[in-house]
Design a protein around this ligand. Structure first.
Ligand SMILES: *Cc1c(COP(=O)(O)O)cnc(C)c1O
Length: 369
């Protein structure tokens, strides 16, 4: 790649492809692959990621909200799209754009049927979400009779899949809890299938579920973070490649004398001479203020430059006293090394949060190896 001359997020599509093939190798050939591209494809670019994955042969896409699905349809993507957390206000749009809702409560079920009836739908595909322990969204087992009686009264909807979501698939100390969730889902799925009289697609695993619970792959897996290059463990991070590299440049270098201060609120007071570099990226771009005052760092010429003072909206200042660098030199915020996982550890956060925080004003640049 040519040197960055402004802040950019580089997306390596070869790494995306490699991650996909690795994750595919973990599931049976007949198991369907759903790629999660919510939140702008985990902060990268949902459309570009989706197009590349469709070309690789994925079966399904998922987003969180209806507008995210609309963007994919506007870009010409035609494969089925599951909307994980739709709101009733958007049900008409959802149907108009052939998006498929997760139906997660009796209230949502009733409201969706009402809209589907108004729009004269027949057998509109829906996905029933069951709560098996995450306690976030989903029906309980004892809602099955309500669901069945709702389905009996209408021919507008048809259950295409039934699914649940694991609460701690990455945490092997919670194995017993996870196995209990899986068992719970099996019980729900068999009761539902028996009462429906046909077999919906069953799915439960996110990335860490794919890697840690092969017995729970069912008919389809829902993969997000793994495609973007993170395995939620040291062991699996080795097998995956972060697709996104956040790069910037040095805008200006300052010589700070002993006793001077740097940045807003004069948060940094110099105790000896130092050199700082100002970098055009700030908290509006996803660099949380929590990284300020020596907590976070960037990489310049392979060396760590820690953040000096408070993170500004559009800039950070970093300590380059010991680094031989010039204005215009490249700066790495995260990428393959240091990865988003390493960077976020300093503020007790996770890769997911940093990736999805990269602001939309930062240009995405795509490349292959
Ligand atoms: C975001 C999400 C996923 C993807 O999880 P990863 O850990 O990123 O693989 C899967 N299922 C549901 C319901 C989600 O909300």
């Amino acid at each position: 790649m040519p040197k960055a001359n402004e802040t950019i997020l580089e997306i390596n599509l070869t790494s995306l492809e490699d991650n996909y093939h690795y994750l595919k190798s973990k599931i049976k050939n007949e198991t369907k692959f759903l790629a999660v591209v919510k939140a702008f494809g985990y902060g990268s670019d949902a459309i570009e990621i989706a197009k590349n994955l469709v070309a690789l042969g994925i079966d399904y896409l998922a987003v969180a909200y209806v507008n995210e699905g609309v963007n994919l349809r506007d870009a010409g993507i035609q494969i089925p799209i599951l909307v994980l957390h739709p709101q009733p206000i958007n049900f008409e749009t959802l149907i108009d754009r052939c998006l498929e809702p997760s139906i997660y409560s009796p209230n949502i079920c009733k409201q969706f049927i009402r809209v589907a009836e108004q729009k004269k739908q027949i057998d509109y595909p829906i996905h029933l979400k069951f709560n098996t322990g995450l306690n976030r969204l989903g029906f309980l087992r004892n809602d099955i009779d309500f669901i069945l009686s709702s389905l009996k009264e209408t021919n507008t909807i048809k259950v295409k899949s039934a699914f649940s979501h694991l609460a701690a698939s990455e945490d092997l100390s919670e194995k017993e809890f996870t196995e209990n969730q899986i068992q719970n889902f099996k019980t729900i799925a068999s009761e539902l299938t028996e009462k429906l009289g046909y077999q919906p697609i069953l799915h439960m695993c996110n990335t860490s579920g794919i890697l840690n619970y092969p017995e729970a792959h069912f008919d389809m897996v829902r993969c997000g973070i793994g495609l973007y290059g993170f395995g939620n463990s040291k062991k699996e991070d080795i097998n995956l490649k972060p697709i996104a590299t956040l790069k910037s440049i040095i805008s200006q270098i300052h010589q700070i004398e002993k006793g001077e201060t740097v940045g807003y609120n004069r948060a940094f007071k110099s105790e000896s001479f130092l050199k700082t570099a100002t970098i055009p990226i700030g908290h509006a771009d996803g660099i949380s203020r929590s990284y300020g005052n020596g907590i976070g760092w960037v990489t310049i010429k392979g060396k760590k430059a820690t953040i000096v003072g408070n993170v500004c909206m559009d800039m950070i200042m970093v300590n380059i006293t010991e680094i031989d660098c010039q204005e215009g030199d490249e700066v790495i915020i995260f990428g393959t090394s240091p990865s988003a996982t390493e960077i976020t550890a300093s503020i007790q956060s996770i890769s997911y949060e940093l990736l999805t925080s990269v602001s939309q004003r930062i240009k995405r640049v795509f490349h292959r190896n």
